[in-house]
Design a protein. Sequence first.
Length: 314
Amino acid sequence: MSLAVVFPGQGSQSVGMLKELSDAYPVVGSTFAEAADVLGTDYWTLAQNGSSEDLADTRVTQPLMFISGIAVWRALQAAGLPAPVAMAGHSLGEFSALVASNALDYADGLKLVNQRAQLMSTAVPEGEGGMAALIGMDDDDVIAVCADCTGDRIVEAVNFNAPGQVAISGHKDALEKAVALAKERGARKAIMLAVSVPNHSSLMNDAGAQLAQTIDSLQWRTPSLPLLQNAQAAVAKDKDAMLASLKAHVFSPVQWTRTVQALKDEYKVSSVIEVGPGKVLSGLGKRIDRSLTHFPSETPDALQAAIESIQVSA
């Protein structure tokens, strides 16, 4: 059984997450403690005792989810996870994948993600940006809706999460027009999301330019296994191409449907473990290709069941 690991991004966080896993695997707590030493913030206490609103602040969510991905990855390794043949991360999860694949040190990843969160939170004036979800429309139809609602104000298709499930991003007023137009054109569901940041849209160009300077200042290595990046749904041909894709990441669409398809078609993956809290990517994966077996790993029982199933089928 060929295994891939995938790391979730923003939206998978919840109050009290990973508590059971931390009790069973001390490496979870030590991973959060290491982050507190580097960033000066106790994200574990925030995750356990903060409010949902606290955790939804992108300045908190991004480092929190990055730390969580590495914590669960380390727990999986401690539990004897067989070596995966490839990995990927959804949006912010790509940064966890970069560290898990040994392309970047954990401490440098923490600093990079923290800066990313700060830059993205101030990319547009408060209340002017956002995201929406369109359900039940083809990708091309979503792109057409966005084009018809873009002028001085922009809205763009940015997260191709699964067939018939696309997130759009941009100025709030343009998003509202797109939501209304999508409903007129037959979307099964079109809703504004509780997100104040226009993630992965061209409104993030300036943030991307600033983040690129930090990316250039860090020590990078070639990943230790194939890492499919969001923008191309493919493995970069070399380290320079990998960094070019990463620099464009913050203002480029997330091609998740194509990524999951590539894991199966190009790397012959049959099982996928979601490395982090929640089951968002497992749900998307089932919509993309039901022939793949998806495993969450946010609790000790789920983690152990995933490893045992993979070992039996190997």
